[in-house]
Design a protein around this ligand. Structure first.
Ligand SMILES: O=C(O)CCC(=O)C(=O)O
Ligand SMILES: [Fe+2]
Length: 192
């Protein structure tokens, strides 16, 4: 496990957290799930998100203007959630999954700072498929940047404190890249 502390905000990274067999199993299992391309309304225009999404959680989640309903956990995903909690030391009750089909899929700069996540959320990400860089930049100085190449089978923890000081993004790339899936585990406090 490598520990990096950009300015007191901790990122913890486990590069080989899932075995290759587990990664293959998860990819096949996730392929059978009902992925959706959500559409956001931005300035009155309908903009399809440049990625597919999937959501499981104990509570509904308002995310980027969407309302994701509460959904029962499939058994394997509940077990993975518990393993992520054990490894990181944080409890999670929801997971937002992203499928980046190729290099033109991406996620723009943001912090995971919805009110339901509380003031100091921990977010844990499991990566499958293509190795792509997660970029981080300081909220107070956008020129202060880091890149973390998240390899397949890895686990990344953005510990409490990261979201208020840093934004993250997964940029488009013109390189020819295969699909990547991220499972981002979160703890929602309903009614915030
Ligand atoms: O795919 C990733 O690793 C990042 C996803 C992300 O930032 C999010 O779902 O909020
Ligand atoms: Fe995020």
């Amino acid at each position: 496990m490598k520990e990096v502390k950009p300015d007191g905000a901790a990122l913890r990274y486990w590069p080989t957290w899932l075995s290759e067999d587990e990664q293959v199993w998860w990819w096949r299992w996730l392929e059978e799930n009902p992925w959706q391309q959500y559409t956001l309304r931005l300035f009155g225009r309908a903009v399809p998100q440049p990625r597919l999404s999937l959501w499981y959680g104990d509570h509904a989640y308002r995310y980027s203007g969407l309302m994701l309903p509460s959904t029962p956990w499939p058994e394997p995903l509940a077990r993975l959630r518990d393993r992520v909690s054990l490894a990181t030391g944080y409890a999670f009750n929801s997971v937002l999954l992203n499928l980046y089909r190729d290099g033109s899929d991406s996620i723009g700069w943001h912090s995971d700072d919805e009110p339901e996540l509380g003031p100091t959320p921990a977010v844990a990400t499991v990566t499958l498929g293509e190795c792509r860089p997660l970029l981080l930049r300081r909220v107070s100085d956008h020129s202060c940047r880091e890149a973390r190449w998240l390899q397949p089978g890895s686990l990344l923890l953005m510990a409490p404190g990261v979201q208020s000081q840093w934004q993250h993004s997964l940029p488009k790339t013109r390189r020819s890249v295969g699909p990547r899936i991220s499972l981002t585990f979160r703890l929602l406090h309903p009614g915030r």
